[in-house]
Design a protein around this ligand. Sequence first.
Ligand SMILES: Cc1cc2nc3c(=O)[nH]c(=O)nc-3n(C[C@H](O)[C@H](O)[C@H](O)COP(=O)(O)OP(=O)(O)OC[C@H]3O[C@@H](n4cnc5c(N)ncnc54)[C@H](O)[C@@H]3O)c2cc1C
Length: 648
Amino acid sequence: MTGPLLTTDVLVIGGGLAGERCAIEAAAAGHEALILSLVPPRRSHSCAAQGGMQASLGNCAKAEGDNPTVHFLDTVRGSDWGADQEVANIFADEAPIAVRELAHFGVPWSRVKGGKNQYFIKGEHVEIDEALENDGLIGQRDFGGTAKWRACYAAAGTGHAALYAVDNEVVRLGITVRDRTEAVALIHDGGRCLGAVVRCLRTGKHFAVLAKATVIATGGYGRIYGQYTSNATINEGTGASIALDTGVVPMGNMEAVQFHPTTLSPSGILVTEGCRGDGGYLLDKNMHRFMVEKEPAKQELASRDVVSRHMQQTMRDGNGVDSPYGPHLWLDIRHLGEKHLRTKLLEVWDICRDFAGINPANALIPVRPTQHYSMGGIRVNKDGEAYGLAGLFAVGEAACWDMHGFNRLGGNSLAETLVSGRIVGRRVAEHAAGVTLRADTGIAFDAMKAAEDRAASWLARSGSGRNIYEIRDALGEVMMGKVGIFRTGDELNEAVTEIGQLLDDCDNAVLRCKDPGVNPELGFALRLKGMLRLAMTVAMGARARTESRGAHFRSDFPLRNDDEWLNRTLVRWAMDASEPSFSYEPTGIIDLPPGHRGYGSDERIEMQRSIGKYNETVVDEQTQHGRLPSSEAMGSRLKRGAWQAYSQ
Ligand SMILES: Cc1cc2nc3c(=O)[nH]c(=O)nc-3n(C[C@H](O)[C@H](O)[C@H](O)COP(=O)(O)OP(=O)(O)OC[C@H]3O[C@@H](n4cnc5c(N)ncnc54)[C@H](O)[C@@H]3O)c2cc1C
């Protein structure tokens, strides 16, 4: 018994900032757009973003001299040279437009106050005169790994403000949103994507949507780390896993997983980098500011991968604060004062009081690093078009576009959702205008029948198999324990074996609730195998990459190896294969040669090939790996050599 079949021009799977911004572009071009979301769009995870959105506006004294080229430099260094430099360029160029557009949509950005302002920089109180002519411009705060103050913010509720404003536009344009629905499979013929099979989370019934263009904007998959993540419970990676299920679409850089230095211990709720940007600092159990010695130049504002490693090492060395939930460190923002905390860091103030029962104006905040962001995702070209499947696009955290490489800078993700939402949305609109809807009902009904059978087989299963939530929790322990901040070959081998065992367990797991309708246990069971498969790609990718780059740190291979590993991991999982297969493509055309990031270790293995020789191979090799041609030639948006004026 198969469900109904709907059609639309553009199907957007995901109602967070990236999906909504993309849908706006398609709808504004006159296409019918349909957004699917697990939750009402305003509850998407984007709403949780706190500290800011990077754009080189140069509006305040400490932002003077900033421009897109400096932002590009910071982004590539932050990525530890893992980023596609052309994409980083496009991003940095368009971020100021995206921020100003949000102001137009109604985001109440915090503003520059002309005249004398009190700041804390590297632990010192500083008074800075902001130019009176800048009074009222969009304000900016400091964030990790940046040369200038660049993060635009709406107190510490930037994502909330942005998502509500963007969602208002979706409503204004009359875009149809079907919330409490979940895309459970892509409909495709191995070469072209035709749409998706969708499960209604209210009724458990399936339906199919056929579209000229399908966009995956489902966010990150942090929940494969179980409780050790700052991500919402809906960040289970279903978008990435349905793309992986096609067998033809590769994921990029799945081993590149970000750990955020400051999440509340033990709940894992994020405490924004804006706290350190505004002058907060980290203390060990002896009230010692360890980051000053570890990173004299950037201190607490080195990149997240670097700060997280120093914190983890400090705790391993026995200098963490003991607690019943394991060791933690302290974040001190007391000196910022209650007025600052209740205005510029309002949401942190609330979180500390509501979830830790402390007043951060007079108490230290217990923090420790936790999984936070998925740099890896569905590999796409610079137009957002997925490798290997025409008509399929991906955008936002679900995608590997890839401007973050092996470490995303704070504030660059919100900016990415809106910049790439605009760019990819435009390309999606062009694509939809150039093709006819392929209403291949045979393929659609087959895909829907397969999804229905999958749900029915879970309900029919009986016996003494494991509970799905036990499997989920075991996965979290394996991922944080063995595929975490520090990784070794031995632990990764164990992780691969253990995840393999969990996959077997999943095939035999049994549900307690057999209701086919509103049944969260069934809903989660249907996602679990995909989560385990994603986890396997992360663990195997990390095991194969025998170097350290950005957030991927191998204690047994501690150096960045630009000679052998200046590339992007691609992983596909062929239909019916027992494990995924890996290949590697060049990161993209290189303009800024690999060098020292300005923080972290300066030891690395140099590339022997010249940049010229490397660049000669990029177009052909990426094409061989499934990259579809982009609307403009590869490399055309690089501003070659512009960085030389700003690099010291
Ligand atoms: C606590 C926290 C704070 C952060 N703060 C910042 C910050 O200050 N600055 C910054 O730059 N970045 C920040 N980030 C990162 C940033 O918020 C996210 O990377 C970004 O918002 C992701 O947006 P998105 O649109 O890609 O995905 P999301 O906002 O996660 O949206 C995903 C959407 O997909 C839907 N969905 C998922 N699966 C399916 C499916 N199978 N079918 C249908 N719908 C589906 C969901 O319902 C949701 O609507 C923060 C992240 C966290 C966790």
